[in-house]
Design a protein around this ligand. Structure first.
Ligand code: LR7
Ligand code: MN
Length: 565
């Protein structure tokens, strides 16, 4: 408008007339502006009032010192306690308790004493990226506050919150308002995605706007503890291609206790052939009990630090991964195979609320974990992908997994090593069910019955069962006889007991009750008890026993594959 008028003056306006015209225009514009402003200001005030009232009520409802020192918290009011229990069933989290607990509660220093003797002096800065979808406001805010309170100012470049298009409008409004009125002096960006992207692409969006030297990703239900950031930044400063994970402590979903496994023992990341992350003990004896960063074959995925530029160089994330799952193993394999390192830093500790189930649903109800893992299996696992697809046969050649060209190109471009190299050098202890074993596959007796784990869940002990042999090779009927003489699944070994029952229990490699000798004639012999595996006295799905060895069809077993010895 203004520019136009100046031009107009040059061309047509003369003196006084022009001044009047200009005043008229200015008056007109101001009027429009005023009307406009006064409407929005009024609306905003109303809204602000609502938020202010809600926040005050909520702030006043907080019980001072509740949960301080990271201790388990309990509500005295019986009604509220009941509501809390119900919330736990509904959201996998005691939301009632969280809402009553101060946002800046104190936590004990969970680190090993020795950690305080290290002098870290990093000069790198961090962008902390926190993604969320419909998380509880008080939990998100406690995460933010813990980062602010536990991080030295000069190291915290910014906090980036990525709202993966939460559907909870109250949460969105209150969070925005809270940031504007309670946290305005901190550098916090709130990025609100306009459609649900899933956690992988949400993290990418956050990373795109980050400008700190190092990216640190957190789930939206974490609490950082004293000194958590310094060792992460210092290690990256020393070697920029290391990707780091803190020790992840458990914040209990029912009482919000910050609980640790002591200050010396901790686990690192492993994986299952079904494509899940698992915790494993540190494999190398020399690494146990150390306070310096320790090699980790994989990471859980939610909490890690990576140099920003390296994040992009090494292929950030597979942007075609939807929803939840798979990105953690993808990134772990990729980092190792393409020349980086993944380490757990024992002097950096962050708590995470472990929930029994996802409190949110996924668009279209897709098995995003399966699909994402199928993508990474094809790109990173070479022939070993057969072991994943044995668990998910329907996904191997399924177009639902999408195009892989870009990720394969990335692998070529970065000249990444093979999965065999990864297994041999990074995780040599990983059990490979069909390599270096005496026999593997289905284990069938003369009556077409097969050994079966009876769908034992991955973390439970159960009987070694017998079931009609499946016409195809189902995972529940896949067993191996390892080089150590274990009759085993991935983590579980057949173990004979004093009552002669045979259970699947965690492999302990002490031979004894878990040691079996397989003879050419099909006998499976347990030398510790001097007895043979027998299907006698087993009806359908009941557990197997060991019996005195005799020439009985119940004691003759045939593996699908027997390796020449
Ligand atoms: O669609 C979604 N959009 C999101 O932004 C779904 C989720 N999210 C957010 C969510 O609000 C949360 O902040 O993403 C974050 C992670 O989701 P969670 O907390 O439901 O995941 P999780 O803790 O059960 O799962 C672990 O594995 C995931 C695989 O995709 C992610 O890598 C998680 O970050 C990861 N969490 C951890 O590593 C914490 C330690 C847990 C362990 C073991
Ligand atoms: Mn989580």
């Amino acid at each position: 408008m203004f520019i136009k008028c100046i031009r107009m003056r040059r061309l047509t306006c003369k003196g006084f007339l022009c001044i009047i015209v200009i005043f008229a225009i200015i008056f007109y514009i101001r009027n429009i502006d005023d009307n406009h402003n006064s409407i929005t200001r009024e609306e905003l005030t109303k809204e602000e009032n609502v938020y202010e009232i809600k926040l005050r009520k909520y702030e006043e409802g907080m019980i001072p010192n509740l949960g301080n020192n990271g201790e388990a918290a309990y509500l005295e009011n019986a009604k509220e306690r009941k509501e809390g229990e119900n919330a736990l069933k509904k959201f996998a989290l005691n939301t009632v308790l969280s809402d009553r607990m101060p946002l800046n509660r104190t936590l004990k220093d969970p680190r090993n004493k020795g950690c305080t003797e290290f002098l870290y002096n990093p000069t790198l800065t961090a962008s902390v990226i926190i993604i969320f979808y419909n998380e509880l406001l008080s939990v998100i805010l406690r995460t933010i506050w813990s980062v602010i309170l536990q991080t030295p100012n000069h190291l915290l470049h910014e906090i980036i919150l990525v709202d993966d298009c939460s559907s909870d409008d109250d949460l969105k409004g209150l969070l925005r308002y809270y940031l504007d009125t309670r946290l305005q002096k901190y550098k916090i960006n709130l990025l609100e995605l306009n459609h649900r992207m899933g956690l992988i692409r949400a993290r990418l969006q956050g990373a795109r706007i980050a400008t700190g030297d190092v990216l640190i990703f957190l789930d939206a239900h974490c609490e950082a503890t004293v000194g958590w950031m310094e060792p992460l930044l210092a290690r990256i400063q020393e070697e920029r291609t290391t990707v780091l994970v803190p020790i992840i402590d458990v914040i209990e979903a029912n009482n919000l206790a910050y609980s640790t496994n002591g200050d010396t023992s901790y686990q690192v990341g492993g994986f299952t052939w079904s494509g899940h992350f698992t915790w494993i003990d540190i494999q190398n004896e020399n690494d146990k009990g150390k306070l310096i960063p320790v090699k980790s074959p994989t990471m859980a995925g939610g909490l890690f630090a990576i140099e920003r530029k390296y994040f992009w160089e090494i292929g950030s994330y597979d942007e075609q991964m939807d929803g939840w799952g798979g990105e953690n193993l993808e990134m772990s394999f990729r980092i190792w195979q393409c020349g980086g390192r993944l380490e757990t830093v024992p002097c950096s500790r962050v708590g995470h609320i472990f929930r029994d189930f996802h409190p949110y649903s996924f668009p279209e109800n897709k098995d995003t974990h399966g699909i994402n893992t199928a993508r990474l299996a094809h790109v990173w696992m070479d022939d070993y992908r057969r072991l994943f697809f044995m668990h998910q046969p329907g996904l191997e050649n399924n177009p639902i997994i999408g195009d892989l060209t870009h990720r394969k190109q990335l692998r070529n471009k970065l000249r990444c090593k093979s999965f065999k190299w990864y297994l041999e050098n990074v995780y040599p202890e990983k059990f490979i069910p069909d390599e270096n074993v005496f026999a593997y596959g289905q284990v069938r007796n003369k009556f077409d019955m097969c050994l079966d784990d009876l769908q034992l869940s991955e973390d439970k002990v159960g009987p070694l069962g017998l079931y009609q042999c499946h016409p195809y090779l189902a995972m529940s009927q896949f067993f191996s006889v390892s080089a150590k003489g274990e009759l085993r699944k991935e983590h579980f070994c057949a173990e004979a007991f004093d009552n002669f029952q045979v259970q699947l229990t965690e492999c302990h490699s002490h031979r004894r009750e878990q040691y079996w000798v397989v003879y050419r004639n099909g006998t499976i012999y347990n030398p510790y008890f001097g007895k043979c595996l027998s299907s006698e006295s087993v009806k359908d799905s009941k557990g197997l026993k060991i019996h005195l060895c005799k020439n009985s069809p119940h004691q003759k077993w045939k593996f699908t594959n027997v390796n020449a010895t």
